[in-house]
Write a protein of this length. Structure first.
Length: 386
């Protein structure tokens, strides 16, 4: 009797992009002709009993990360990462033991990791529990931040969204048949199902000017206090523009912005699932160089303005380099320089040149990955038949 394959997709909620990528892939697979049972697994919940950060602070590791993002407490993250890796290393044997029992109980036909930092423990535990079951890591960053972040020296598969990540895999000794390249980062299917849109009419409906240059300011689902200082600078700029400010779950920030008096018009929004619609209304994007948000903005044709400095998360610093290399945005040392940067973007014809370069990018990663997973499954089955 034929049995459908069970695929475990591993995510956690640090930042939100890992869960979003897992759900996007699951959704696409369900709409295609694959006889697979895709099961989403929150790694934080599996390893909760070992969460040393929770034992020390009473707060889960993923919640500490999200709090740091919302408050802007990211200075020094380059030095904190090795400390976190040290703690993970101490608890590595216990993680492997816990995960080994988890895999034995669930018996997946494939494990797909969409998280960094724990890929060694997941691989070793899976090989111990279910030898021959393939382990795949999909990088949800544009590149690795070695050592021991996304890539480990182990016999597994990697799916990379940039040439830089593929090159990093080769430098680690991965053979070509274990490394797959996609055309970008995973985006939610909604970004490919955008309906016809009357931008001027939608702006009027939202209380905005239909003709003025419009910036979308977005710092992920947790929001960021950086949005307030950007709103102050651009809201009171003599340049004619308007701002759409997405605060995410940061209710305090939203309340502060709703009371902010500015010369230029502000549209303030909380957490929303209508990001594609807001991007359709915008002319350009301002935010942190997170792989998800910049990939979404570029897919929707928006040049991006980001900053790269000591506060930038180390794994996101290459994203800023990539933006500059591709010529699809402006990278600032600090958002204190946001007003002259926006003036330059709007006055010099840069906006149109960047849009032209963006049109040449075509990210279809979420549709490219299922056939890759099928190929890996077939290869594992053939190896098992030998």
């Amino acid at each position: 009797m034929h049995k459908s394959k069970s695929l475990d997709f591993i995510y956690f909620d640090a930042g939100g992009g890992h869960r979003s990528a897992a759900i996007a892939l699951q959704s696409v697979i369900q709409n295609l002709d694959y006889d697979w049972n895709v099961r989403l697994v929150n790694l934080q919940e599996v390893l909760d009993s070992l969460d040393i950060f929770r034992k020390l602070t009473g707060i889960r590791l993923q919640d500490i990360y999200n709090l740091a993002l919302a408050r802007g407490w990211t200075l020094g993250s380059t030095y904190l990462l090795p400390c976190m890796h040290g703690v993970i290393r101490i608890y590595h044997p216990a993680q492997v033991k816990l995960l080994r029992e988890f895999w034995r109980e669930r018996r997946p036909d494939m494990v797909v990791s969409l998280v960094p930092n724990f890929n060694r423990a997941m691989f070793q535990s899976l090989q111990s529990a279910l030898p021959g079951v393939p382990f795949v890591t999909i990088l949800t960053d544009l590149a690795d931040y070695p050592p021991h972040f996304w890539m480990e020296r182990q016999s597994q598969y990697l799916i990379c969204g940039t040439a830089r990540a593929v090159e990093q895999a080769r430098q680690l000794g991965f053979p070509n048949e274990q490394v797959f390249r996609t055309s970008g980062m995973i985006l939610r299917p909604q970004f490919y199902e955008v309906p016809a849109f009357d931008r001027a009419a939608e702006r009027v409906k939202a209380g905005l000017d239909p003709q003025k240059p419009t910036a979308l300011v977005l710092f992920g689902g947790e929001g960021s206090n950086a949005i307030y200082s950007i709103a102050e600078r651009l809201g009171n700029s003599s340049a004619d523009l308007q701002l759409m400010l997405i605060c995410g779950r940061n209710a305090q920030l939203r309340a502060r912005l709703e009371h902010l008096k500015t010369r230029n018009r502000l549209l303030v929004e909380g957490f929303t699932k209508e990001i594609p619609r807001y991007m359709q209304m915008a002319d350009f994007f301002i935010g942190k160089p997170g792989p998800g948000s910049i990939s979404e903005a570029l897919h929707m044709g928006l040049p991006v303005i980001v900053e790269r400095n000591a506060w930038t998360l180390p794994q996101e610093r290459y994203n800023a380099e990539w933006i500059a290399e591709q010529g699809v945005g402006i990278v600032l040392k600090s958002f204190r320089g946001i007003e002259p940067a926006v003036r330059e973007l709007l006055a010099s014809g840069k906006l149109d040149k960047m849009r032209e370069r963006i049109r040449k990018l075509e990210n279809r990663a979420v549709f490219e990955i299922p056939p890759i997973l099928e190929q890996i499954l077939n290869s594992a089955r053939d190896d098992g038949d030998r």
